[in-house]
Design a protein around this ligand. Sequence first.
Ligand code: TLP
Length: 344
Amino acid sequence: MPFVDLRSDTVTRPTPGMRQAMIRADVGDDVFGEDPTVNRLQEVVAEMTGKEAALFVPSGTMGNQISINAHTRPGEEIIVERDSHIVNYECGASAMLAGVQLHILEGREGILPVAQVAAAIRPKDVHQPQTRLICLENTHNRAGGVLYPLEEMERMASLARRRGLKMHLDGARLWNASVATGISLKDYARPFDSVMLCFSKGLGAPVGSIVVGDSDFIQQAHYYRKAYGGGMRQAGILAAAALYAIEHHWERLIDDHRRARRLAEALAELPGIHIDLERVQTNILRFEVHPEVMTADALVEQLHQRGVFLLNLGPGKLRAVTHLDVSDADIDYTINVFRELLKK
Ligand code: TLP
C-alpha cells in the first residue's frame, strides 16, 4: 500500500545526495565559531538575503524567539497576527523567555492591515507598555500557505520606521514564497530588521533554520542562542544538508505548488468538501469537510487506513502539505482514495 504523508513538509527524509554531502562536511566547534560549513552557510544566506550577518539555529521556533528577545526588553509589546505561528505554536515562549506582552491583531488571511497596526501602536505614556516590534509571516501557515504581498510589507516597514519600531519576518517558508512569485529573497528581506528561514520544511533538510539581520542584531541573537541551549558543536553536518537543500531542492518547490494545486482542484469537486482555491498559492491546502457527509475524524481515519496521512486541525478542518517525498503518483493515489471515500 502506498504511504503518502501529507501532514507537514517537515516529515521529509534526507535524500542520498544530501546524506553524502553531510558525510563529506568539514566540521569544527561552532560554539567557538570554528565550523567551516556553518560559517559558509551563514555567509551564503546573509548574501542571498542582503543582510550583514546570519546565525544558524536548531529550529524555526528558536529563530523566531531569539529574534524577539534580541529586539525587545521585558515588558515591551510586540504586534502579532492572531493566526501566526508565534502566537499559536511556540508555547507562549515570547512571554516565557523574552518577557514581552503580545498585542494580537486579527488579520485577513494572515495579512495585517497597516492602518490597524498604526492604530495599535502605543503612545508614550507612563501607564502603557511600549510597542517595540511588528512580526509578520510569509508564507502564512494557518491561512493555508498564503503569500504576503511585498508592497504590504514595504508599507508596514515605512510605518515601523516612522514610529521607531523593528520588523521581524517569520519566513519559515520564504523559499516557497520566492519561487511562487519570482521575488528574490533580498527583496523580501529588505523591509525587515530580521528574518528567520527554515531548511527543515520544503527544502527537505533534517534539522535547522537561520536568522539574518545586521551585525549588532546577530551578535545579540548569538548570545540568546547560547542562553536557550542552541549552541551546537560540530553542526557542519547539519549545515551541509542545508547548503545541499538550497542548491538542489529550492527550485523544485514549484513542483510541490503544482501538486498542491492539482489536489486542491480535485478536492473542490467532491461533495462535502469546502476549499477556497484562491488560498492555495503554495504547498499548503486547508479545507473543511461537511459533517453530514463525513466527520473530519472519520475521514482522517479512513484515509489513514489507506496510507494517506493528513492533519486534523479540529472542528471539521483539515490540512494537507506537499513536499519532497510526495510524487505525482502519490497525488493521483490520494485523489482516488478521496473519490472512493466520498463516492464520486
Ligand atoms: N510549523 C510546523 C508546526 O509547528 C505547525 C508545521 O508543521 O507547519 N514558523 C512557521 C510559519 C512554521 O510553520 C513553523 C513550523 C515554524 C515557524 C517553527 O519551525 P520549527 O518546527 O523548526 O520550530
